[in-house]
Design a protein around this ligand. Structure first.
Ligand code: NA7
Length: 541
C-alpha cells in the first residue's frame, strides 16, 4: 500500500505528484467525497491536518461534545451494509462514538490508503495553461490535480478572542475545538469558561460537577432547549435498521433534513391554548423539534417568534433557583433561533450549584487575561484552568486560511473581502474546478453534505465524460445567486441575530448570511436543475 506519509516532500514541479482530484479534509463530507471520486475511477489524494479522520469529531473532544441530530439520521445513508452493521448507542451520539464511527467507515471502505494525515494545505494555485491546481502543504510538499474539493468544514477555524495578556496566564488553557486527546482533570480546580454557545452549553454541566469551582463568563444569553438524550434500546436499533429507507426518504423531504418538519399552521392562526399545547408537546420531545417542528412562521413572523420566545424564557426562569441569575440567563436581545439553539442536558441546573458562578460580561466586560486569571472591569478572578468556548470563524475562515489563487492569480481571500460569494454555495467565479464540499444548507449536516458531495461528483463525472477541461461559474450567475441567497435570508429571522450565521462573532468580518436559507428539497431541486441544463450559469471548456 502506498503510504504518502512516508514519501519525501517533493522539491520541484518535475517531481510533483499528479492526481485527478485533491480533497482537503477527512471529515463527514471529505470522506464521502473521497469515496465517490474514487468510485468514479479518479486518482484522488485527501489531505488532512489531523492525525486521524473525523474532522469536527476529531478536533472537538471536549467533555459533553455530541451532535444534536437524531443518530439514525446522522449516519451516512449511502451504504446499506454500513447502516446494518453500525449500532448507535445513544439517540444523540457523543464525540467518542462519532469518531469511532468515521474510523469504522474509513476502514470499511479502505479510505485511509488515499488520505495523507498531519498534512496542512498552505496554498492552492490554479495553473491556467495546464488547467490544474497546484497544492502546497506546510511541509513544502507539492501535488497537482485537475479538480480541487475543499471539504474543510463550516465550523473548523477556531476563534480565539484577542484578549490582552492571553499568553500571560500561568494555568492551563484550552479552546474547546482543540481539546487534548488525554483526559483533562478538573477535580478540585478553579475553572473558567468563556462563552455560552452550543459548545459551552454541552460542556458546562459536566465541568460543574467535576471542578472545585466554575465561573462562566457569558456575553449573550441563549435560548437553550432540552436535548432529552437517552440510550438506544435493541428494539429501537432493529426498528431503525428495518426502516432506514423510510427514514432517509423523510430526511430528503423535510425542510431541514431531519425527520421532523414544521407544523403547517401559522402560530397566530390558532388560539393561545392551542399554541401552548403545541409548545408543551414539542418541549417534551427530544432534539430540534421545538425549533424545526414548530409553527411554520416561527422564523418569519416576529409575532409568532416572540410568542414562543416568551414560552422558552419562562421555561428557563422556573429551572434556575436564584431569580437574579435566572434573569441573566434569559435572552432578551434576539429572536428565538436567530442564534443557533443550543440543546442541553442539565445546563440550567448547573447554575443552582453552590460551586458555579455566572458573570455577565456585558455588565462587567473582560479587560484582560492575567497570569492568575481573568480581570473584568469589576475585579480579578483567579483560576487554575481557562476554557475558551468562543466558537469559530464560520465557513470562510477555514477556506481563506489557505492561500487560494484562481484565474489571473486572483486571491480568494481578497475576492471574499466583502463577504463570501458563491454559485450554488459550491463554486466560485474565477476559480475553475474548485468545489466547496461544505454544507451551508440550513439543516441536518450529513444529509446536506451527502447532497452536495453527490452534486459535485456528478459535475466532475460530466466534465470528464464530455472530455472537458474545466468548469467555472460566470460572474453574472454568481451575482444572481448571491442576490437570491441574500433575499431568502432577509425574509427570515435567522439573519437577524449577532451570530456566526452572519459572521457577527468575528470582529471586522463583513456581515453576510453564510447559510442558504431555503428548504433542503428546494436547494436540491435548484442544483439538479442547473445540472440538467448542462451546468447552466457556468463556462465549460
Ligand atoms: P458560538 O455559538 O459562536 O459561541 C461562542 C460563544 O463565545 C458565544 O457565547 C459568544 O458570545 C462567546 N464569545 C465569542 N467571542 C467572545 C469574546 N470576545 N468575549 C466573550 N465571549 C465571547 O460557538 P460554539 O462553539 O458554542 O458553537 C458553534 C457551533 O458548533 C454551533 O452553532 C453548533 O452548530 C456546533 P456571543 O454570543 O457572541 O455574545
Amino acid at each position: 500500500m502506498a503510504n504518502a506519509q512516508q514519501q519525501a516532500p517533493t522539491a520541484n514541479t518535475k517531481t510533483v505528484e499528479q492526481f485527478d482530484a485533491i480533497v482537503i479534509g477527512a471529515g463527514v463530507a471529505g470522506l464521502y467525497q473521497l469515496y465517490c471520486l474514487r468510485k468514479l475511477g479518479l486518482s484522488v489524494r485527501c489531505f488532512e491536518d489531523g492525525s486521524g479522520v473525523g474532522g469536527t469529531w476529531y478536533w472537538n473532544r471536549y467533555p459533553g461534545c455530541r451532535f444534536d441530530s437524531e443518530s439514525e439520521t446522522y449516519g451516512y445513508s449511502w451504504s446499506k451494509e454500513l447502516l446494518q452493521e453500525w449500532d448507535w448507542k445513544e439517540h444523540f451520539s457523543g464525540q467518542p462514538e462519532n469518531e469511532q464511527y468515521l474510523n469504522y467507515v474509513a476502514d470499511k471502505f479502505d479510505l485511509r490508503k488515499d488520505i495523507q494525515f498531519n498534512s496542512r494545505v498552505k496554498s492552492a494555485i490554479f495553473d491556467e495553461k495546464a488547467n490544474r491546481w497546484e497544492i502546497e502543504l506546510e511541509s513544502g510538499q507539492r501535488v497537482r490535480a485537475q479538480f480541487l474539493v475543499a471539504a474543510v468544514g463550516i465550523l473548523s477555524a477556531r476563534y480565539m478572542p484577542p484578549f490582552e495578556g492571553i499568553d500571560s496566564f500561568k494555568g492551563e488553557s484550552y479552546h474547546t475545538s482543540r481539546w487534548p486527546k488525554e483526559k483533562v482533570d478538573f477535580t478540585g480546580k478553579r475553572v473558567a469558561v468563556i462563552g455560552t454557545g452550543a459548545t459551552a452549553v454541552q460542556l458546562i454541566p459536566i465541568v460543574a460537577k467535576e471542578a472545585g469551582h466554575l465561573t462562566v463568563f457569558q456575553r449573550t444569553a441563549n435560548y437553550c432547549a432540552p436535548l432529552r438524550n437517552g440510550l438506544v434500546s435493541p428494539e429501537t436499533q432493529n426498528e431503525w435498521k428495518a426502516t432506514y429507507p423510510e427514514i432517509h426518504k423523510k430526511c430528503r423531504e423535510t425542510a431541514t433534513g431531519f425527520t421532523h418538519d414544521f407544523d403547517p399552521r401559522k402560530a397566530m392562526s390558532v388560539s393561545k391554548e392551542e399554541r401552548l399545547a403545541l409548545y408543551e408537546e414539542l418541549w417534551a420531545l427530544p432534539g430540534f423539534k421545538k425549533w424545526l417542528g414548530n409553527f411554520r412562521d416561527i422564523m418569519t413572523s416576529r409575532e409568532a417568534n416572540e410568542d414562543f420566545a416568551e414560552f422558552v424564557r419562562n421555561k428557563i426562569r422556573v429551572r434556575v433557583k436564584d431569580p437574579v441569575v435566572a434573569e441573566k440567563l434569559v435572552p432578551k436581545d434576539h429572536a428565538f433561533g436567530a442564534k443557533r439553539i443550543p440543546l442541553e442536558s442539565e445546563y440550567y441546573e448547573a447554575y443552582n450549584r453552590d460551586n458555579v458562578l455566572l458573570i455577565d460580561i456585558k455588565e462587567t466586560p473582560i479587560e484582560r487575561i492575567t497570569p492568575k486569571g481573568i480581570k473584568t472591569r469589576e475585579k480579578e478572578y483567579e483560576f487554575d484552568v481557562i476554557i475558551y468556548a468562543t466558537g469559530f470563524d464560520a465557513f470562510t475562515g477555514a477556506i481563506t486560511q489557505i492561500d487560494i489563487r484562481g484565474e489571473g492569480g486572483q486571491s480568494l481571500k481578497d475576492y471574499w473581502a466583502e463577504g463570501a460569494r458563491t454559485y450554488l454555495q459550491m463554486q466560485i467565479a474565477h476559480f475553475p474546478n474548485l468545489f466547496l464540499a461544505i454544507s451551508t444548507a440550513f439543516g441536518n449536516y450529513p444529509v446536506c453534505a451527502e447532497m452536495i458531495v453527490e452534486w459535485i461528483t456528478d459535475c466532475i463525472r460530466y466534465i470528464r465524460e464530455k472530455g472537458l477541461k474545466s468548469i467555472t461559474p460566470t460572474p453574472q450567475a454568481e451575482e444572481a445567486w448571491v442576490e437570491h441567497a441574500a433575499e431568502l435570508a432577509e425574509g427570515t429571522l435567522f439573519a437577524s441575530g449577532n451570530s456566526w450565521f452572519v459572521g457577527a462573532n468575528i470582529p471586522g468580518k463583513k456581515r453576510v448570511f453564510l447559510l442558504y436559507a431555503n428548504t433542503v428539497p428546494a436547494y436540491r431541486k435548484k442544483c439538479a436543475e442547473v445540472a440538467a441544463k448542462g451546468y447552466e450559469g457556468c463556462v465549460l471548456q
